[in-house]
Design a protein around this ligand. Structure first.
Ligand SMILES: [Zn+2]
Length: 644
């Protein structure tokens, strides 16, 4: 029995990605929790697992030197540590299992569970796992042996922040294409495009993204080809708007794609035209496809480099994980290459777009042994965006004579996918923005759940998600709570939409727009994300937006419901434990607790007490994933190198 458990313990150590001890000795205090896991598995009752897998209290640990001294790899002290308190620590494989089993009471409670926020001063890490969290005084026991002791000088430490909705390749690509984010005028935007195009060789593509007319002070209109044709005669131009579902193209690109004034609009798309029927060069939805098809061929090396740069940019901002809302198999393969090369800078939880879902429905969920890449979801698209009036609303727009579009995925295409997801235990993440899209998607989720007998579900703890879900009438909020659907929302979208949502929706409907606080009150977990590169993708901005619900300058608008803002504690949960929960990872990350993997985001500013404006100026001190530093501020880097 003991021998069998020892073997299982060793196996689990490997599963958890723990490296073998260099000297060949076994550290019992790491080994014992694994042993307990092994014993619990013999029992095979899920409730027991959660109980017995808690790490051991310090007095029960056995130490190398026989003394009451527990050498850790690294001890951080003199810090302000804030963390939600979770109660269950489970090994990665267990948290990710797709085997059929009954839902446990603890799982049922999880979504609504109120994770208390605790604060500490010190953390010790061994083999990438938290082995201690507590006061500076208690930390003394870990300040011996080989541990590296780092005085964080009052810096603020959070469990690793997760951006729950990103497009990683786009984040990396953004570093290589002209960024038009943050421009405040049409004039400035056009002149930046002119400068950028000058350094592109003849015949080369002028690429950029992120323009957003509603933030311009001189003229608020969509860009047209006439704005850029004069300096791009010999160079095709393609520049998606910030929302990514429309783009500017120039005359050269139209000619190359063979699009002229006689070309009909494709289904689900539109070539914008002026009063005379001339193409303006602004293209929407599926009308972007002919241009995407002729963009310069993109090599694996180019895409792989984008993924790498995206992760590096994210790590520098303090992100320790992202949920990728639609990553192609091709990109996923390249991400695995980066993983193999040891170049990952944070964890990635992957949803494959519905168009490529077939292989996933055959093979089921998958993840690397160390949990850095998890493939577990299908991304579905239902409607468009509010800014472009593509979001599907129940009632017509306040500033247009239609109620948006819901033509991106048809029901007969979706239902077999929902069923496949149930059979394989896959999560479904659905892009819905308008209330009509939300309501219809909930109907379809429910229909799939009612249709496929539960005995054929791979698991019952579904945690299916709605992405964005910006307009939510009260009755749908109640339904979301009862269906235990998780909402993935973008605080930064709300403070950006503040500029046009009142016009699109009218004052009354604003009472149902981005209603974070009412949702939390009903026990619905919200996971915060940025949708980068649509938004900047910065945890400081997401945290600020969630607690203030104002523009970055602190201003707001009439009828904007400041009471829908959330507390700092909830904002922290939205960036840490709830994202871990929504990725089935709360068993090994999402909070700073003994036994969980060491993911940390460290800043020079205390988000929990600082003036909100100061949060936006915070500097990242360090980002750590799995006990590995993925970003360190230069000063800290130096200290680490000098071993102090
Ligand atoms: Zn997105």
């Amino acid at each position: 029995m003991v021998r069998e458990s020892l073997i299982k313990g060793l196996y689990l150590n490997r599963v958890l990605g723990r490296r073998d001890d260099q000297s060949g000795r076994l550290h019992w205090f790491i080994f014992l929790p694994a042993l307990c896991v092994a014993f619990a598995q013999v029992g095979a009752v899920a409730e027991e697992v959660i109980e017995t897998e808690r790490a051991l209290p310090i007095e029960r640990l056995q130490f190398d030197d026989g003394k009451h001294c527990a050498a850790s790899d690294v001890l951080f002290h003199n810090a302000r540590v804030y963390t939600p308190i979770d109660s269950g620590v489970t090994p990665i494989k267990k948290a990710f299992t797709s085997e059929t089993r009954r839902i446990t009471p603890s799982e049922r409670d999880l979504a609504a569970r109120h994770y208390e926020i605790a604060s500490y001063k010190a953390i010790a890490i061994k083999d990438g796992t938290f082995v201690f969290v507590g006061s500076d005084r208690e930390a003394e026991a870990w300040r011996c042996g080989t541990s590296q002791v780092i005085d964080l000088e009052g810096a603020t430490v959070f469990p690793g922040f997760t951006d729950s909705h990103q497009h990683l390749e786009g984040v990396g690509r953004r570093t290589k294409t002209l960024s038009l984010f943050g421009n405040t005028s049409l004039k400035e935007t056009v002149s930046q495009i002119r400068d950028w195009s000058e350094q592109i060789p003849e015949g080369g593509w002028v690429m950029g993204r992120g323009w957003i007319e509603r933030e311009w002070r001189d003229e608020q209109r969509f860009l047209t080809r006439w704005d850029v044709d004069s300096f791009t005669e010999s160079k095709p131009l393609y520049m998606p708007r910030a929302d990514g579902v429309s783009a500017l193209v120039n005359s050269k690109a139209l000619a190359l794609a063979g699009i002229n004034r006689d070309t009909p609009d494709p289904e689900g798309g539109k070539f914008d035209r002026d009063a005379e029927g001339e193409l303006t060069g602004y293209v929407l939805g599926r009308a972007m496809d002919p241009f995407r098809a002729i963009l310069p061929s993109e090599t694996d090396a180019y895409l792989k480099d984008n993924l790498l740069r995206g992760m590096q940019a994210n790590a520098a901002l303090g992100w320790t994980a992202t949920h990728d809302a639609g990553m192609s198999w091709r990109q996923l393969g390249l991400l695995h290459d980066l993983h193999q090369d040891g170049k990952m800078a944070h964890r990635v939880y992957v949803a494959v777009p519905i168009a490529e879902a077939e292989p996933l429905m055959e093979q089921g969920p998958d993840q690397t042994e160390d949990g850095w890449i998890s493939l577990n979801a299908i991304k579905v698209f239902i409607d468009g965006t509010l800014g472009s009036r593509g979001a599907a609303l129940l009632k017509p727009y306040a500033d247009a004579d239609h109620n948006g579009f819901m033509n991106r995925t048809a029901k007969d295409e979706l239902m077999p996918v929902l069923e496949g997801a149930l059979r394989q235990g896959l999560q479904v993440m659905t892009h819905v923005i308008g209330d009509r899209a939300v309501r219809t998607t909930l109907d379809w989720y429910q229909e799939a759940w009612n249709t496929l007998p539960r005995t054929q579900w791979a698991k019952h703890d579904l945690r299916w998600r709605l992405e964005h879900a910006q307009i939510l009438p009260k009755e749908d909020q109640e339904r979301i709570a009862s269906m235990k659907v998780t909402l993935s929302m973008q605080p930064s979208h709300a403070i950006g939409d503040l500029n046009f949502a009142p016009a699109r929706l009218g004052q009354d409907r604003l009472a149902t727009a981005y209603p974070w606080q009412p949702l939390l009150k009903q026990g619905i977990p919200i996971v915060a994300g940025s949708d980068a590169p649509v938004e900047v993708g910065d945890p400081r901005i997401e945290f600020f937006a969630a607690i203030t619900r104002t523009r970055l300058d602190g201003s707001s608008g009439q009828g904007w419901h400041p009471e829908f803002a959330v507390s700092r504690q909830d904002s922290l949960r939205m960036l840490t434990i709830w994202p871990a929960y929504s990725a089935f990872q709360e068993g090994y990350r999402g909070s700073i607790e003994v036994g969980k993997r060491a993911d940390l985001s460290v800043f020079d500013t205390d988000f929990m007490t600082a003036d909100p404006a100061k949060i936006l100026e915070a500097k990242t001190i360090m980002t750590m994933v799995d006990g590995r530093i993925t970003y360190a501020q230069p000063l800290l880097q130096k200290r680490l190198e000098n071993g102090q």
